[in-house]
Ligand binder design. Sequence first.
Ligand SMILES: Nc1ncnc2c1ncn2[C@@H]1O[C@H](COP(=O)(O)OP(=O)(O)O)[C@@H](O)[C@H]1O
Ligand SMILES: [Mg+2]
Length: 223
Amino acid sequence: MVAELIKVDKTYAGEVPTRVLFEVNLTVAPGEFLAIQGTSGSGKSTLLNLLGLLDSPTGGVLRLGDRDTAGFTARQRAEYRRDYLGFIFQFHYLLPEFTVLENALMPCRLKGREAEQAARARVQALLEQVGLGERLHYRPSQLSGGQQQRVAIIRSLANDPVLVLADEPTGNLDSKTARGAYDLMRELSRTSGKSFVMVSHDERFTRMADRVVQLLDGRVQQA
Ligand SMILES: Nc1ncnc2c1ncn2[C@@H]1O[C@H](COP(=O)(O)OP(=O)(O)O)[C@@H](O)[C@H]1O
Ligand SMILES: [Mg+2]
């Protein structure tokens, strides 16, 4: 299994503690494109942040691969984010002073110069595959919104991750461009064999996934 949640709870601490996830069970299989659908406030980002080791469950078990993440040190969490996971966000977060190719390679920088060099040809080929071959040395500001999000999608694959996590990746795009970004993620999931977990409130996209998990008030709805 690529990822597994067993009875995962999340309560945010605070003056009034807020319980946001309730005994969530979820598995992510190799190569599958899984959508998590739910209205705003249902806990989708919270769930994705747990999978991405950006936050920790307050109960239950979270496994990545065959490893229970509970005992991970800060360093191990960072290693998993760097090597095992890819991230796509609602906003592209491209760095304006870097080129398209440099931006797409950014996750590899964390691994050092050599890793970046090793990934360069593969990332360049991916950018060419998605029609950005002529724009490798452009700045993000010279691209359309759809092109920028394509760079961000390729960036999520730069470190050759096992699992890509996408939080409302089409949320900031007009509907035609959103469709293009969605289709690109589906195509890349097929050609790369990586698993994708995409969170969205937009049923137009989630219903086309391999599998849809409905989240309602922090609980997985049984189909
Ligand atoms: N850091 C936080 N501290 C306290 N409450 C939070 C925090 N982050 C999110 N929440 C609350 O948790 C609930 C779920 O939020 P979120 O996971 O962002 O939902 P979604 O992504 O589905 O819109 C919301 O009620 C939100 O206000
Ligand atoms: Mg959210």
